[in-house]
Design a protein around this ligand. Structure first.
Ligand code: ATP
Length: 204
C-alpha cells in the first residue's frame, strides 16, 4: 500500500513529516509520496516559487527511506487538481491500494473538491485526527458511510476512509511564514536543512 500526501508545502514543516510518519506506521505503508501542488486551485497563490517549494520538500524527505517526492503535478503544469493526480497514480500503480493522507481540516472541505466522488473511486482516504478535531456536516456523513477498520483497507484499491489519531503538533506553514517575515526565529518548527534554505533564500 502506498500513501500520498499532497500539499502546498510553503514551506514543508515537522507537522507534515510527523503526519506522514505516523500514518505510514499505523497503516504499514511501503512508501509515502509527497506531492507538492504546482498551482493549488483552492487557495491563493503560494508565496515561495514552485522551484523553492520543491527544493524544500526534497531536502525534508531525503533522510527517510520510506519517503519520496512525486513531481507529477509539476510535470503536468497548470492547476493541480487532486483528481488528475489520483487518476495518474492509479494508471501507474494498477490495482494497488493507494491512501490519500490528509488532516481533518482538509477533509472537512473535501466534498467541495473537484470530482471528489471520482477521487474516492481512485484512492482510500486516511484522515489524521487530533483531540477535539471532528468531521463536520457532509464530511461527517461521508465518513460514517465509508469508514472501515484498518485491516480492510488492503482488501480494496480505493473507496474507504479511515481515521488515524496522531500526535498534535500545532505547526502551520502560515505561522512559519509570519515568523520569518517579521524576522523571528523559525528554528525547531521544520527540518534544519529546510530552515536554513528558507533563511538563505529570504523566501518569506
Ligand atoms: P498553510 O498554513 O499555508 O495553510 P499548512 O501548514 O496547513 O499550510 P498544507 O501544505 O496546506 O500545510 O497542508 C498539507 C496537508 O498537511 C493537509 O492535509 C493538512 O491537513 C496537513 N497538515 C498541515 N499541518 C499539519 C499539522 N501540524 N499536523 C497534521 N497535519 C497537518
Amino acid at each position: 500500500m502506498i500513501g500520498i500526501l499532497g500539499g502546498t508545502f510553503d514551506p514543508i514543516h515537522l507537522g507534515h513529516l510527523r503526519l506522514a510518519e505516523e500514518v505510514r506506521e499505523a497503516l504499514n505503508l511501503e512508501q509515502v509520496r509527497f506531492v507538492p501542488a504546482f498551482q493549488p486551485p483552492h487557495r491563493r497563490m503560494p508565496i515561495a516559487s514552485a522551484h523553492h517549494r520543491l527544493a524544500m520538500v526534497r531536502q525534508a524527505v531525503q533522510d527517510n527511506p520510506h519517503f519520496m517526492v512525486d513531481t507529477r503535478e509539476f510535470a503536468r503544469g497548470g492547476a493541480s487538481w487532486m483528481v488528475d493526480t489520483c487518476a495518474s497514480l492509479r494508471d501507474e500503480l494498477g490495482g494497488e491500494p493507494i491512501v490519500l493522507i490528509m488532516g481533518m481540516d482538509a477533509f472537512n472541505g473535501f466534498t467541495r473538491w473537484r470530482a471528489w466522488q471520482q477521487i474516492l473511486g481512485l484512492v482510500h482516504l486516511a484522515i489524521a485526527t487530533r483531540p477535539g478535531a471532528r468531521a463536520e456536516d457532509e464530511a461527517a456523513e461521508l465518513l460514517a458511510a465509508r469508514s472501515c477498520p484498518t485491516r480492510l483497507l488492503e482488501c480494496a484499491p480505493a473507496g474507504r476512509i479511515i481515521e488515524i489519531p496522531i500526535t498534535a503538533l500545532d505547526i502551520s506553514a502560515t505561522h512559519i511564514r509570519e515568523l520569518s517575515a517579521s524576522g523571528r526565529s523559525t528554528r525547531y518548527l521544520l527540518p534544519k536543512a529546510v530552515q536554513e534554505y528558507l533563511t538563505e533564500h529570504s523566501l518569506y
